[in-house]
Design a protein around this ligand. Sequence first.
Ligand SMILES: Nc1ncnc2c1ncn2[C@@H]1O[C@H](COP(=O)(O)OP(=O)(O)OP(=O)(O)O)[C@@H](O)[C@H]1O
Length: 281
Amino acid sequence: MDEPMLMQPEAEISATRVESAEPASGPVVSITGVGKIFGTGEKAVSALEDVSFDVQPGSFVALLGPSGCGKSTLMRLMAGLQPVTSGSIDFEGRSPEQMRKAREFGIVFQQPILFDWRTVQKNVELPLELIGVSKAEARARADEMLSLVGLQDFATKRPWQLSGGMQQRVAIARALAFRPRFLMMDEPFGALDMMTRERMQVELLRIWDSKPDITVTFITHSISEAVLLADRVVVMSARPGRVMKVIDVDLERPRFDDIRQSKEFVDIEGEIRELIYSQEN
Ligand SMILES: Nc1ncnc2c1ncn2[C@@H]1O[C@H](COP(=O)(O)OP(=O)(O)OP(=O)(O)O)[C@@H](O)[C@H]1O
């Protein structure tokens, strides 16, 4: 799903954090029996069937599955951009739409969608200004997030002067500048070459380690990307997407690039690969 980030301001412009009175104990998102059918009658397409899983607060969940299995659809349902056909998605008593309206979500798509006529810094500031954040506050948050993603020296450059990986880091900075409780990433590194992609994965681990309060949902086709990044991998079947298995990734954090060579990593990758291939045979 490649969508312009600023085309849906309510959805993309995220996050005045709503602090809860008590620390959360149970899951922060409960997805129960979710189904999604597009269209009606003979043209009806069943994209998701009976999808259920929980997301723990502050965890990193990867949605992994073949093309067309409904990963992006599931993320859109979670983000309150489309209604479910059946089942429910519950954010501690609030609906995805309520969460979206409260700007609890930051979203990063495969294409960063930056405005070339604005500087990097002003790209990060723009959506904040659109929701009424003062110029000074927007600048402070943009600078903080550009430092977090390692682009402080590129604030005054134009997006076209940056590499693909750097542009995607700007998109991540822009999403985080809203201080969202939930960061949803739809194949954010899918358009990058393999080496840049691997570097970005490590970069995301670093950013993630310094932002422990955020709960991340990350869509990917890549088994190794899912295992490297996630605490939990939701493995989905081909369309209509169902949950084949939820796999906990009990690898210690902080994680670095060399963890890919560890036996534990390779074992989890193998388990997921077997699961996916068993479905095809
Ligand atoms: N608005 C829509 N109307 C009709 N069908 C749709 C719509 N959106 C998605 N679909 C269908 O639902 C199915 C799931 O699509 P979705 O984009 O969620 O899959 P995906 O797993 O994210 O795929 P990819 O990995 O290729 O991005 C596909 O068959 C798609 O054609």
